[in-house]
Write a protein that binds this ligand. Structure first.
Ligand SMILES: Cc1ncc(COP(=O)(O)O)c(C=O)c1O
Length: 444
């Protein structure tokens, strides 16, 4: 019983159309202004890489609900697994009456996570919550308090996750005070140089920031996104992550890889830290794990994971049966299709269309990212790398009007990030990126 959303772009009305605009008025009266809206076309159905709105426009989805719908919307195997679970039971709370589905997801993540030592996994409802769990485990294990996060990092919106998040406006504005013992270090950008000297410089700046602000002996964990997401898909120089890994080991500090956005094949490896051959102590995952049902996880060495006291982890809905059923079906499918290889192929196809924009338009700075996690950066001109947020906004508006959903991102809101389903058919990705090219031409 599908929703029969035809897999093509189609504009029936303006986007957003009259029904969406009417819904937006109701939204304005019912929902606080603090919730943003990327494209206020209200969705009636979604299938594959196409969103159908209330006005019957069909919009190509290059955002995947922020890197969630990795197999497209409503992948049949996932819908089938959730339906089966619906008929079995909805909820018991795993820590009250356990069920095998939770254990199966943990077993799978324990196998997929980098590293050979025995793993354990704890599930939660959101990436933010998983980040919080990782911090709790790191502090319980090490007996230390300091947590080092990076400039440009994004880790979520709950209080500890928000404290770890770098960008103040809008994420932290007016919400102080934040939890203490959070320290920040610079994140090197491979675009600034990839030589050994560049790597040394980036690593030394990280160590200096830690030593001068908190001191290694006081640090429980370093939390890092192996590719910065919200900051505009910034890739560190090859080797940086490995140097940080070794340094953490030397000082008894846990390395937490926040792969909520990068995980499950998106960057061309199962996990982005594998690109540098790094095994983190704690791996945080979410988003793509369950095709849209709420689920996230922390996976780590058994000895570390067992440090939190009995009753110290958990939550009423954490690892709920429907999410676990969706996760097992999603992970089965991601393994079956070899998600990392698919991401590499999709990424190459996207780059073949995006790279020429850099040559043709001075205002397109770089194509950033890795695998099928790519962002187009806008600058003032070929000789002026000043970020150009107005250009990014104009390009996004054009795409939205034409029925292609893209998201603006980056420290200066000057990038457009592209996170298509790894299964997006070639004809659709070509059409969507064609519109993006038209938008750049028009805006330039
Ligand atoms: C790297 C990273 N960490 C954590 C989070 C927070 O996840 P959630 O929104 O599920 O709480 C996000 C969400 O965008 C993210 O990209």
């Amino acid at each position: 019983m599908g929703t029969d959303v035809a897999q093509s772009r189609s504009r029936v009305t303006d986007i957003p159309g009259p029904r969406s605009r009417a819904a937006a008025v109701r939204r304005g009266q019912a929902v606080p202004a603090g919730l943003g809206a990327v494209l206020p076309a209200f969705i009636a159905a979604a299938e594959g890489s196409v969103l159908k709105d209330l006005d019957d426009n069909r919009i190509l989805d290059l955002g995947s609900g922020i890197a969630v719908s990795v197999l497209g919307h409503r992948p049949p195997a996932v819908v089938g697994a959730v339906r089966e679970q619906l008929d079995a039971f909805l909820h018991t709370c795993f820590t009250v009456s356990p069920y095998e589905q939770y254990v199966e997801v943990c077993e799978r993540l324990n196998r997929l996570a980098p590293g050979d030592r025995p793993h354990r996994t704890v599930l939660s409802n959101s990436g933010s919550e998983a980040v919080e769990n990782a911090v709790k485990i790191a502090r319980a294990t090490t007996g230390r308090q300091g947590i080092v996060a990076f400039e440009g990092g994004y880790h979520g919106r709950t209080y500890m996750a928000m404290a770890l998040t770098s960008r103040a406006v809008p994420y932290k504005s007016g919400f102080a005070p934040f939890p203490a013992e959070v320290y920040r270090a610079p994140f090197p950008d491979a675009a600034a140089g990839t030589s050994d000297d560049d790597l040394d410089r980036g690593f030394r700046a990280f160590v200096d920031a830690v030593q001068t602000s908190v001191g290694a002996t006081n640090v429980a964990a370093v939390v890092i996104e192996p590719v910065l997401g919200e900051a505009g898909f910034i890739v560190p120089p090859a080797g940086f992550l490995a140097r940080v890994r070794d340094w953490c080991t030397l000082h008894g500090i846990l390395l937490i890889a926040d792969e909520v956005q990068t995980g499950f094949g998106r960057t061309g490896d199962w996990f982005a830290c594998e690109h540098d051959g790094v095994v983190p102590d704690l791996l945080v995952t979410g988003k793509s794990i369950a095709s849209g049902l709420p689920l996230a996880a922390v996976t780590g060495d058994a000895a570390l994971m067992d440090a939190a006291p009995r009753g110290g982890l958990g939550g009423t809905y954490a690892g709920n049966p429907l999410s676990c059923a969706a996760a097992m079906a999603t992970l089965d499918e991601l393994e079956r299709i070899d998600a990392p290889a698919l991401a590499r192929r999709l990424g190459s196809r996207m780059r073949a269309r995006l790279d020429p924009l850099v040559q043709d338009y001075g205002m397109v700075g770089r194509i950033r990212g890795r695998g099928a996690m790519l962002a187009v950066e806008f600058v003032l001109g070929a000789d002026d790398a000043t970020p150009h947020p107005a250009m990014a906004a104009a390009v996004a508006q054009y795409c939205h009007r034409e029925g292609v959903l893209v998201m603006v991102t980056g420290a200066h809101r000057s990038c457009i990030r592209l996170l298509p389903a790894l299964t997006m058919p070639h004809a659709l990705i070509d059409d969507a990126l064609g519109v993006l090219g038209d938008a750049v031409r028009e805006a330039a």
